[in-house]
Design a binder for this molecule. Structure first.
Ligand code: PBG
Length: 342
C-alpha cells in the first residue's frame, strides 16, 4: 500500500493548472461535502462552578460570562445544557474558606458542596453525565492539589485522601471521576477503591498530561484557590517543554485503569493531543482552560476578535487535532450556535 505521503506527492505532481484547490471551496454545499472534521454538541463537556447559597449567581471577574451558581440555579443551568444536547458537565466547588484545612478533609465530607450538587443534579437530570475533579486544591488551605509538608507535596499520603474523595463522590452519583492532581499512582488506587466498593462501572477520566501552566489563573479565582496557593505546582504538574513524557504519563494512567485521558491546557498543547490520540487510540479529551477562555473573551470585549468565530475555530482545532471532546467554558455558547446552524 502506498504511504500517505507517497499519495500526497503523487497528487501534488499533477499540480496547477489541472489541480485547482479552490474548486472544492466554491460553495457552501461543496465545502460541507469535503469537510473532514465535524463538531457537534456531543463533543462538549461544560465545566460549571458551584457556590453555597440560594438563588445565588456570582460572576467570575476574570472569566466574563462565567458564573458560580448556587445548587438551585445550577440545576436549571445543567437543564439548559442538557436541552442543548451537551452530554456531560464538570462540577467545581467554590469552598467556604472556613472549611479549608491543611489536611483537606472537606474533600471527603459526604455533605460537602460538590456532593450536594451532584445529588441535586443527578436527581433532576439523570441522563446527564457528571464529571468531578479528584484533587485537594478546592479544600486545602495551601491551595495545592496534594498534602503539603514544608516544601514537599506528599504523594502517597495524598492518594489515600483522593480515594476517600472519589468514594464520597461516587456515592453522590458522580459518573466520571477526574483525577486532576498529578500524583503518581493515583489512578490505580482510585480504581481499586471504586471497584472494592462496588463501583466497577464508575468511569475515570485521567488528567493524564497536565502541565504546570500559567493559563489556570482565572480558574483559581473561580474556585478561590489562587489566593491560598503558596509556590507553584511544578513538582507534580508537567514541564511545558516535554512531549515524550506526556506519552509516558498517558501509558501509566491507562495501565492503571483510566477509561479516558485528558491533555491540559488545550490550545498551546494540540501537538500533545495529536500524539496521544495517534499513539494510544483511546478516548482523548482536551481542556480548553480558563486562561484560554479569558483571552478570547477579553479580546472580543475590546472588539478585537469575533468571539463566535474564534471560539468555533478553536473548538474545531481541538477536534482536528484528534480530541474526542473538549472541556470548555464556551460549551453553552457553542451548542447554541450549532443548534441555530443545524
Ligand atoms: C485543579 C484543577 C485546575 C484546573 C482544573 N482542575 C487548576 C490547577 O491545577 O491549578 C484548571 C482548569 C482551568 O484553568 O480552566 N486540580
Amino acid at each position: 500500500m502506498p504511504s500517505r505521503n507517497g499519495n500526497l506527492s503523487a497528487r501534488a505532481a499533477g499540480g496547477y493548472p489541472a489541480t485547482r484547490m479552490r474548486r472544492n471551496r466554491q460553495h457552501d454545499w461543496v465545502r460541507r461535502l469535503v469537510a473532514e472534521t465535524i463538531l457537534t454538541a456531543d463533543d462538549l463537556i461544560w465545566p460549571v462552578f458551584v457556590v453555597d447559597g440560594d438563588n445565588e449567581r456570582q460572576s467570575v471577574e476574570s472569566m466574563p460570562g462565567v458564573n458560580r451558581f448556587s445548587i438551585d440555579l445550577l440545576v436549571d443551568a445543567v437543564g439548559e445544557a442538557h436541552e442543548l444536547g451537551i452530554p456531560c458537565v464538570a462540577l467545581f466547588p467554590y469552598t467556604d474558606p472556613a472549611l479549608k484545612t491543611p489536611d483537606g478533609r472537606e474533600a471527603y465530607n459526604p455533605e460537602n458542596l460538590v456532593c450536594r450538587a451532584l445529588r441535586a443534579v443527578k436527581s433532576a437530570h439523570p441522563d446527564m453525565g457528571v464529571l468531578c475533579d479528584v484533587a485537594l486544591d478546592p479544600f486545602n488551605s495551601d491551595g495545592h492539589d496534594g498534602l503539603v509538608d514544608g516544601e514537599r507535596i506528599l504523594n502517597d499520603e495524598t492518594i489515600e485522601i483522593l480515594c476517600k474523595q472519589a468514594l464520597v463522590q461516587a456515592d453522590a452519583g458522580c459518573d466520571i471521576q477526574g483525577p486532576s492532581d498529578m500524583m503518581d499512582g493515583r489512578v490505580g488506587a482510585i480504581r481499586r477503591t471504586l471497584d472494592d466498593a462496588g463501583y466497577e462501572d464508575a468511569i475515570i477520566m485521567a488528567y493524564a498530561a497536565k502541565y504546570a501552566s500559567g493559563f489556570y489563573g482565572p480558574f483559581r479565582d473561580a474556585v478561590g484557590s489562587g489566593g491560598a496557593l503558596k509556590g507553584d505546582k511544578k513538582t507534580y504538574q508537567m514541564d511545558p517543554a516535554n512531549s515524550d513524557e506526556a506519552l509516558h504519563e498517558v501509558a501509566l494512567d491507562l495501565s492503571e485503569g483510566a477509561d479516558m485521558v485528558m491533555v491540559k491546557p488545550g490550545m498551546p498543547y494540540l501537538d500533545i493531543v495529536q500524539r496521544v490520540k495517534s499513539t494510544f487510540a483511546v478516548p482523548t479529551f482536551a481542556y480548553h482552560v480558563s486562561g484560554e477562555y479569558a483571552m478570547l473573551k477579553a479580546a472580543a470585549d475590546k472588539g478585537w476578535l469575533d468571539y463566535d468565530k474564534t471560539m468555533m475555530e478553536t473548538l474545531m482545532g481541538f477536534k482536528r487535532a484528534g480530541a474526542d471532546g473538549v472541556l470548555t467554558y464556551t460549551a453553552l455558547d457553542a451548542a447554541r450556535l450549532l443548534k441555530n446552524q443545524g
